[in-house]
Design a protein around this ligand. Sequence first.
Ligand code: ZN
Length: 121
Amino acid sequence: MNKKDTEYFKNKLENEKSLLEAEIKTVGSPDPNNPRDFSATSNDMDIDNADENELADKLEELGDNKGILDSLERQLRDINAALDKIKNGTYGICEISGELIERDRLEANPAARTCIKHVKI
Ligand SMILES: [Zn+2]
């Protein structure tokens, strides 16, 4: 991959990264002990004064947010991994076969870790 292409995908990844980070803030709050980690939050959680139904709703909301958060965090990890590869000069190479990842595939998902043949299903 030439320098221009690498720059192009780097920009794409960085855009996606800031979008993801903004999205993560809407469903979670940063863990004060580990700023790279987030925990799911529920808006105005007030367990002491909630009745049983409210509490069930809140817990459900928290559970939903946790699921969304997990998937956003996974995407963010892939993006960070791809940005590391750009730094190391290994971006765009299939992690399984070492072949070049198809251009179309990178266009659709710049954080792709494998070529089309080796996508885990
Ligand atoms: Zn492959």
